[in-house]
Write a protein that binds this ligand. Structure first.
Ligand SMILES: NC(=O)c1ccc[n+]([C@@H]2O[C@H](COP(=O)([O-])OP(=O)(O)OC[C@H]3O[C@@H](n4cnc5c(N)ncnc54)[C@H](O)[C@@H]3O)[C@@H](O)[C@H]2O)c1
Ligand SMILES: [Zn+2]
Length: 387
């Protein structure tokens, strides 16, 4: 073959990524009609998937959804009765709990590429439904209504989804795709029924993104720590809005929306967190694990003279004030946890790249970690958790 015979071209695709904040979105809002409405007119055939844990707390939800569609029948119609699927990490144990049944429901309802999937639930269920909708017909538009603090500030904002592989350790989020949702609607009234663990969960990601990108958000969380612990909804909503904004700006303006580069600033603290979640067999929630994982990396950073002295103590105080670091951890050992560094490197490909904090709001990438230092940091942090 002649080199002149090679052909190539380049193309760009423009995405719009919308996150809307609206209380009582299923009762009196306009955001849902806005995102579901088909661009070319007509009505959007919609499959609605609900998180079972959420429905247990709000049994009227399926009826609320049905009544919304009855009132908006010129814009969107229900393709089938709302499907209730398992929430929590149970949703992400391979393809069988959620991905397969949702694809089957999409096929049974006769949905096409112009139809929509509306997922209402926590980050885990959104990840699994997002994967199913990105695979069926090579991608059906997904609308997310995240219902936990972690999902409203972080998981629901991301442009990726995925499930865990049951086949090997380190399989957290192994099977996934990148897919930009049609829209995300954050309705803070859903947060009222969360248990305390998941109420505070999203604040771990708020502190994470503040450490990486914006020290002002860290100040806000510190100033309002008591109100946040007392479940002040207005205060939580403001913090989550700021968290979501930083996350969204990272995706739209950060130059690497589909994570082609090695650097993954929003995964600060996550190598240890993913290992803690997996090794505890998901008894430790994502938020709890991220809290411990960040503290480990801050202690590593201080020991390597990368992080301003005192940062780790400051964050530990805040995390404890918010109620993190108080749940018993399981038998995770530092040498077990260290394998997380290798899993993280494999997941990213290429050489190990970790985001470390220089001072709140300022981060730096490092490619090497002294294992002895990491082990000592893990021991210090895990040693401070109840056994
Ligand atoms: N895709 C991404 O970019 C991304 C980013 C961060 C985290 N994640 C993933 O998100 C998951 C964690 O999400 P999470 O913290 O939302 O937890 P979760 O989805 O496990 O939900 C926690 C529990 O709360 C229940 N629930 C959901 N909404 C409720 C409500 N309003 N009231 C009462 N109960 C409710 C669920 O059924 C579940 O039992 C992890 O799997 C993590 O990997 C994904
Ligand atoms: Zn996270």
């Amino acid at each position: 073959v002649n080199p002149q015979d090679h052909i190539e071209g380049t193309f760009n695709v423009t995405y719009r990524h919308r996150v809307m904040f609206e209380r009582q979105a299923l009762l009196e809002g306009t955001a849902l009609a806005d995102v579901l409405a088909p661009r070319s007119g007509g009505t959007a055939e919609t499959l609605v998937v609900l998180d079972q844990g959420l429905v247990e707390q709000t049994p009227t939800l399926p009826a609320l959804v049905e009544s919304w569609f009855t009132r908006h029948s010129t814009i969107a119609t229900l393709a089938a009765a709302p499907l209730v699927m398992p929430g929590s990490e149970d949703a992400k144990q391979g393809l069988s709990p959620v991905v397969d049944p949702v694809i089957e429901a999409i096929a049974n309802a006769g949905l096409c590429r112009h139809s929509r999937v509306l997922a209402i639930g926590g980050g885990a269920m959104l990840d699994a439904v997002g994967l199913a909708s990105s695979l069926a017909h090579r991608g059906i538009g997904l609308v997310r209504m995240p219902t936990t603090t972690l999902a409203q500030g972080d998981a629901g904002i991301g442009v990726k989804n995925g499930v865990n592989s049951p086949h090997r350790s380190g399989g957290k989020n192994l099977v996934g795709t990148f897919a930009v949702p049609l829209g995300v609607i954050n309705d803070s009234t859903f947060l009222l029924t969360l248990d305390d663990t998941h109420w505070r969960g999203g604040l771990a990601e708020s502190i994470k993104v503040a450490l990486v990108k914006d020290s002002a958000l860290l100040d806000t969380v510190e100033t309002h720590a008591q109100a946040l612990t007392n479940r002040d909804l207005d205060c939580m909503e403001r913090v989550l809005m700021e968290t979501a904004k930083l996350h969204l700006r990272h995706i739209t303006d950060g130059g690497d929306p589909f994570e082609m580069e090695l650097a993954r600033p929003l995964d600060f603290g996550h190598w240890a967190a993913h290992e803690l979640e997996t090794q505890s067999n998901w008894a430790i929630s994502h938020g709890e694990a991220v809290a411990a994982g960040m503290l480990i990396d801050l202690r590593v950073g201080e020991a390597m003279s990368l992080t301003a002295v005192g940062t780790a103590d400051r964050i530990e105080t805040l995390l404890r004030q918010l109620g993190f670091l108080q749940r018993p951890h399981t038998a995770a050992q530092s040498n077990n946890l260290l394998v997380g560094l290798e899993h993280f490197r494999q997941h990213l490909g290429g050489k190990l790249t970790l985001c470390m904090i220089q001072e709140p709001g300022v981060s730096i990438d490092v490619h090497e970690v002294d294992m002895k230092v990491a082990e000592a940091a893990i021991d210090t942090v895990l040693g401070g958790l109840p056994h």
